[in-house]
Design a protein around this ligand. Structure first.
Ligand code: PLP
Length: 281
Protein backbone atom coordinates (compact mmCIF):
# COMPACT_ATOMS: atom_id res chain seq x y z
CA UNK A 1 0.00 0.00 0.00
CA UNK A 2 1.09 3.54 -0.72
CA UNK A 3 0.43 6.04 2.05
CA UNK A 4 0.84 9.81 2.22
CA UNK A 5 3.01 11.51 4.87
CA UNK A 6 3.83 15.22 4.94
CA UNK A 7 4.10 15.86 1.23
CA UNK A 8 5.20 12.43 -0.02
CA UNK A 9 3.53 9.32 -1.36
CA UNK A 10 5.57 6.41 0.03
CA UNK A 11 5.24 2.64 0.57
CA UNK A 12 3.72 2.07 4.03
CA UNK A 13 6.95 0.40 5.23
CA UNK A 14 8.90 3.56 4.45
CA UNK A 15 6.47 6.00 6.10
CA UNK A 16 7.83 7.78 9.18
CA UNK A 17 6.24 9.90 11.92
CA UNK A 18 8.20 11.19 14.93
CA UNK A 19 7.77 9.49 18.33
CA UNK A 20 7.38 13.06 19.62
CA UNK A 21 4.33 13.67 17.45
CA UNK A 22 1.58 15.23 19.59
CA UNK A 23 -1.00 12.99 18.00
CA UNK A 24 0.87 9.99 19.41
CA UNK A 25 1.61 11.53 22.84
CA UNK A 26 -1.49 13.66 23.53
CA UNK A 27 -4.16 12.58 21.02
CA UNK A 28 -3.65 16.17 19.83
CA UNK A 29 -5.06 15.65 16.38
CA UNK A 30 -8.15 15.46 14.22
CA UNK A 31 -9.23 13.13 11.46
CA UNK A 32 -11.72 12.47 8.67
CA UNK A 33 -12.87 9.29 6.95
CA UNK A 34 -14.24 9.64 3.43
CA UNK A 35 -15.77 6.71 1.59
CA UNK A 36 -14.87 5.74 -1.97
CA UNK A 37 -17.43 4.19 -4.33
CA UNK A 38 -16.58 3.39 -7.95
CA UNK A 39 -13.19 5.03 -7.37
CA UNK A 40 -14.82 8.35 -6.42
CA UNK A 41 -14.98 10.27 -3.15
CA UNK A 42 -18.35 10.56 -1.43
CA UNK A 43 -19.17 14.02 -0.03
CA UNK A 44 -15.57 15.25 -0.03
CA UNK A 45 -16.67 18.89 0.32
CA UNK A 46 -18.55 18.09 3.54
CA UNK A 47 -15.56 16.31 5.06
CA UNK A 48 -13.17 19.10 4.05
CA UNK A 49 -15.45 21.71 5.62
CA UNK A 50 -15.73 19.78 8.88
CA UNK A 51 -11.95 19.28 8.94
CA UNK A 52 -11.44 23.04 8.66
CA UNK A 53 -13.87 23.54 11.53
CA UNK A 54 -12.15 20.92 13.73
CA UNK A 55 -8.76 22.55 13.07
CA UNK A 56 -10.15 26.01 13.85
CA UNK A 57 -11.77 24.92 17.10
CA UNK A 58 -8.42 23.52 18.30
CA UNK A 59 -6.40 26.45 17.01
CA UNK A 60 -4.43 24.11 14.80
CA UNK A 61 -2.84 25.07 11.49
CA UNK A 62 -4.21 23.59 8.27
CA UNK A 63 -1.51 21.49 6.60
CA UNK A 64 -2.55 22.63 3.10
CA UNK A 65 -5.52 24.03 1.20
CA UNK A 66 -8.66 21.93 0.81
CA UNK A 67 -8.06 21.85 -2.98
CA UNK A 68 -4.65 20.32 -2.38
CA UNK A 69 -6.25 17.87 0.03
CA UNK A 70 -8.68 16.75 -2.65
CA UNK A 71 -5.78 16.16 -5.05
CA UNK A 72 -3.95 14.08 -2.41
CA UNK A 73 -7.09 11.99 -1.77
CA UNK A 74 -7.58 11.37 -5.47
CA UNK A 75 -3.94 10.49 -6.09
CA UNK A 76 -3.93 8.01 -3.20
CA UNK A 77 -7.13 6.37 -4.46
CA UNK A 78 -5.53 6.09 -7.91
CA UNK A 79 -2.18 4.74 -6.65
CA UNK A 80 -3.88 2.07 -4.51
CA UNK A 81 -6.53 1.27 -7.14
CA UNK A 82 -9.32 1.69 -4.61
CA UNK A 83 -12.68 0.99 -6.21
CA UNK A 84 -14.65 0.68 -2.96
CA UNK A 85 -13.34 1.59 0.48
CA UNK A 86 -12.16 4.46 2.61
CA UNK A 87 -9.61 7.23 2.78
CA UNK A 88 -8.42 8.01 6.32
CA UNK A 89 -6.87 11.44 6.94
CA UNK A 90 -5.22 12.63 10.14
CA UNK A 91 -3.77 16.02 11.02
CA UNK A 92 -1.88 16.44 14.27
CA UNK A 93 -0.34 19.53 15.81
CA UNK A 94 3.08 18.18 14.90
CA UNK A 95 6.22 16.95 16.62
CA UNK A 96 7.81 18.87 19.50
CA UNK A 97 9.60 18.12 22.78
CA UNK A 98 7.01 16.70 25.17
CA UNK A 99 5.20 19.46 27.06
CA UNK A 100 1.50 19.92 27.80
CA UNK A 101 1.66 23.51 26.57
CA UNK A 102 1.21 23.71 22.81
CA UNK A 103 4.43 24.75 21.14
CA UNK A 104 4.24 27.63 18.69
CA UNK A 105 5.14 27.47 15.03
CA UNK A 106 5.32 23.69 14.76
CA UNK A 107 4.37 22.28 11.36
CA UNK A 108 1.33 19.98 11.49
CA UNK A 109 1.69 16.31 10.57
CA UNK A 110 -0.55 15.15 7.73
CA UNK A 111 -1.06 11.43 7.14
CA UNK A 112 -3.44 9.68 4.75
CA UNK A 113 -4.00 6.03 3.89
CA UNK A 114 -6.64 4.01 2.08
CA UNK A 115 -8.52 0.82 2.97
CA UNK A 116 -10.19 -1.24 0.24
CA UNK A 117 -13.44 -2.68 1.59
CA UNK A 118 -16.81 -3.92 0.42
CA UNK A 119 -19.20 -1.22 1.62
CA UNK A 120 -22.34 -1.40 -0.51
CA UNK A 121 -22.97 -5.15 -0.32
CA UNK A 122 -22.02 -5.34 3.33
CA UNK A 123 -23.38 -8.48 5.06
CA UNK A 124 -23.67 -6.43 8.28
CA UNK A 125 -26.09 -4.00 6.62
CA UNK A 126 -28.24 -6.89 5.34
CA UNK A 127 -28.44 -8.41 8.83
CA UNK A 128 -28.75 -5.17 10.76
CA UNK A 129 -26.91 -4.25 13.95
CA UNK A 130 -27.59 -5.29 17.53
CA UNK A 131 -26.99 -2.39 19.88
CA UNK A 132 -26.26 -2.22 23.59
CA UNK A 133 -26.33 1.00 25.58
CA UNK A 134 -23.46 2.27 27.71
CA UNK A 135 -22.83 5.47 29.61
CA UNK A 136 -21.37 8.35 27.61
CA UNK A 137 -18.27 9.39 29.55
CA UNK A 138 -16.49 11.19 26.68
CA UNK A 139 -15.29 14.78 26.92
CA UNK A 140 -17.65 17.69 26.19
CA UNK A 141 -16.53 18.65 22.67
CA UNK A 142 -17.75 15.72 20.62
CA UNK A 143 -18.46 18.11 17.75
CA UNK A 144 -14.68 18.20 17.13
CA UNK A 145 -13.51 15.07 15.31
CA UNK A 146 -10.44 14.34 17.45
CA UNK A 147 -8.39 11.14 17.43
CA UNK A 148 -9.30 10.47 21.10
CA UNK A 149 -11.03 7.19 20.28
CA UNK A 150 -10.21 5.15 23.38
CA UNK A 151 -13.70 5.14 24.88
CA UNK A 152 -15.47 4.49 21.56
CA UNK A 153 -13.06 1.56 21.01
CA UNK A 154 -13.82 0.24 24.48
CA UNK A 155 -17.53 0.67 23.79
CA UNK A 156 -17.29 -1.46 20.67
CA UNK A 157 -15.34 -4.10 22.61
CA UNK A 158 -18.05 -4.10 25.31
CA UNK A 159 -20.67 -4.57 22.60
CA UNK A 160 -18.70 -7.45 21.11
CA UNK A 161 -18.28 -9.08 24.53
CA UNK A 162 -22.06 -8.81 25.03
CA UNK A 163 -22.74 -10.53 21.67
CA UNK A 164 -23.84 -7.26 20.04
CA UNK A 165 -22.40 -5.22 17.16
CA UNK A 166 -22.16 -1.70 18.53
CA UNK A 167 -23.00 0.57 21.45
CA UNK A 168 -25.13 3.69 21.81
CA UNK A 169 -23.93 6.23 24.34
CA UNK A 170 -26.32 7.55 26.97
CA UNK A 171 -25.95 10.79 28.92
CA UNK A 172 -28.47 12.15 31.44
CA UNK A 173 -30.95 9.50 30.29
CA UNK A 174 -30.75 10.36 26.59
CA UNK A 175 -28.88 8.78 23.69
CA UNK A 176 -26.17 11.07 22.36
CA UNK A 177 -24.89 8.97 19.41
CA UNK A 178 -23.22 5.68 18.53
CA UNK A 179 -19.53 4.91 19.15
CA UNK A 180 -18.72 5.94 15.56
CA UNK A 181 -22.06 6.95 14.07
CA UNK A 182 -25.16 9.06 14.59
CA UNK A 183 -28.24 7.34 16.06
CA UNK A 184 -31.87 7.42 14.90
CA UNK A 185 -35.17 5.78 15.81
CA UNK A 186 -38.35 5.58 13.75
CA UNK A 187 -41.76 5.72 15.42
CA UNK A 188 -45.08 5.93 13.56
CA UNK A 189 -43.19 6.96 10.40
CA UNK A 190 -41.28 9.79 12.11
CA UNK A 191 -37.50 9.79 12.05
CA UNK A 192 -36.13 10.98 15.39
CA UNK A 193 -32.49 11.97 15.96
CA UNK A 194 -30.71 14.19 18.44
CA UNK A 195 -30.27 17.85 17.38
CA UNK A 196 -26.77 19.20 16.66
CA UNK A 197 -24.79 20.62 19.58
CA UNK A 198 -21.37 20.09 21.17
CA UNK A 199 -22.75 16.76 22.52
CA UNK A 200 -22.41 14.91 19.21
CA UNK A 201 -20.35 14.82 16.06
CA UNK A 202 -22.03 16.69 13.21
CA UNK A 203 -22.14 13.72 10.87
CA UNK A 204 -21.63 14.42 7.19
CA UNK A 205 -23.80 11.40 6.40
CA UNK A 206 -26.38 12.64 8.91
CA UNK A 207 -26.70 15.97 7.08
CA UNK A 208 -27.16 14.25 3.71
CA UNK A 209 -29.58 11.59 4.98
CA UNK A 210 -31.79 14.15 6.76
CA UNK A 211 -31.87 16.26 3.60
CA UNK A 212 -32.86 13.24 1.48
CA UNK A 213 -35.49 12.19 4.05
CA UNK A 214 -37.10 15.64 4.00
CA UNK A 215 -36.97 15.76 0.19
CA UNK A 216 -38.80 12.42 0.16
CA UNK A 217 -41.50 13.97 2.42
CA UNK A 218 -40.53 11.85 5.42
CA UNK A 219 -41.13 13.45 8.80
CA UNK A 220 -37.98 14.32 10.75
CA UNK A 221 -37.82 15.38 14.38
CA UNK A 222 -34.49 16.55 15.81
CA UNK A 223 -34.63 15.96 19.56
CA UNK A 224 -33.02 13.71 22.16
CA UNK A 225 -34.58 10.25 22.74
CA UNK A 226 -34.17 7.71 25.53
CA UNK A 227 -33.09 4.07 25.36
CA UNK A 228 -36.60 3.09 26.50
CA UNK A 229 -38.02 4.92 23.48
CA UNK A 230 -35.49 3.18 21.26
CA UNK A 231 -36.44 -0.24 22.68
CA UNK A 232 -40.06 0.54 21.85
CA UNK A 233 -39.37 2.03 18.39
CA UNK A 234 -40.66 0.55 15.12
CA UNK A 235 -37.13 0.57 13.77
CA UNK A 236 -33.78 2.27 14.23
CA UNK A 237 -30.58 2.92 12.31
CA UNK A 238 -27.22 4.67 12.40
CA UNK A 239 -25.36 6.76 9.83
CA UNK A 240 -21.64 7.16 9.14
CA UNK A 241 -19.36 7.71 6.16
CA UNK A 242 -18.05 4.15 6.41
CA UNK A 243 -21.37 2.31 6.81
CA UNK A 244 -23.81 4.82 5.19
CA UNK A 245 -27.22 3.91 6.67
CA UNK A 246 -26.94 0.87 8.95
CA UNK A 247 -30.24 -0.69 10.11
CA UNK A 248 -30.49 -1.51 13.83
CA UNK A 249 -32.50 -4.63 14.69
CA UNK A 250 -32.27 -4.72 18.48
CA UNK A 251 -31.54 -2.37 21.37
CA UNK A 252 -30.46 -3.76 24.76
CA UNK A 253 -31.95 -7.12 23.81
CA UNK A 254 -35.34 -5.75 22.68
CA UNK A 255 -36.06 -6.74 19.08
CA UNK A 256 -37.38 -3.88 16.92
CA UNK A 257 -40.27 -4.68 14.57
CA UNK A 258 -39.77 -8.21 13.25
CA UNK A 259 -36.07 -8.17 14.08
CA UNK A 260 -34.93 -7.50 10.51
CA UNK A 261 -33.86 -4.20 8.88
CA UNK A 262 -36.84 -1.83 8.71
CA UNK A 263 -38.33 -0.22 5.59
CA UNK A 264 -37.32 3.37 6.42
CA UNK A 265 -33.68 2.42 7.02
CA UNK A 266 -33.57 0.32 3.85
CA UNK A 267 -35.12 3.09 1.78
CA UNK A 268 -32.79 5.76 3.17
CA UNK A 269 -29.78 3.51 2.51
CA UNK A 270 -30.85 3.15 -1.13
CA UNK A 271 -31.53 6.87 -1.59
CA UNK A 272 -28.22 7.77 0.06
CA UNK A 273 -26.22 5.36 -2.12
CA UNK A 274 -27.94 6.61 -5.31
CA UNK A 275 -27.79 10.32 -4.60
CA UNK A 276 -24.34 10.52 -3.06
CA UNK A 277 -22.75 8.62 -5.96
CA UNK A 278 -24.30 11.04 -8.45
CA UNK A 279 -22.26 13.90 -6.98
CA UNK A 280 -19.12 11.94 -6.04
CA UNK A 281 -15.77 13.41 -7.06
N1 PLP B 1 -20.50 10.19 15.53
C1 PLP B 1 -19.27 9.76 15.85
C2 PLP B 1 -18.86 9.72 17.27
C3 PLP B 1 -18.39 9.33 14.83
O1 PLP B 1 -17.15 8.90 15.15
C4 PLP B 1 -18.82 9.37 13.47
C5 PLP B 1 -17.95 8.95 12.39
O2 PLP B 1 -16.81 8.59 12.55
C6 PLP B 1 -20.12 9.82 13.21
C7 PLP B 1 -20.93 10.24 14.25
C8 PLP B 1 -20.64 9.86 11.79
O3 PLP B 1 -20.10 10.93 11.06
P1 PLP B 1 -19.93 10.88 9.49
O4 PLP B 1 -21.30 10.63 8.92
O5 PLP B 1 -19.40 12.20 9.12
O6 PLP B 1 -19.00 9.74 9.20
Amino acid sequence: RTVYVNGSFVPEEAAKVSVFDRGFLFADGVYEVTSVLGGKLIDFAGHAKRLERSLNELDMAAPCTMDELLKIHRELVRLNEVDEGLVYLQVTRGAADRDFVFPEGVAPTLVLFTQSKTLIDSPAAKKGAKIISIEDIRWGRRDIKTVQLLYPSMGKMMAKAAGADDAWLVEDGFVTEGTSNNAYIVKNGRIITRQLSTDILHGITRAAVLRFAREAQMEVEERPFTIEEAMDADEAFTTSASAFVMPVVSVDGAELGDGTPGPVAKRLREIYLDESQKVAV
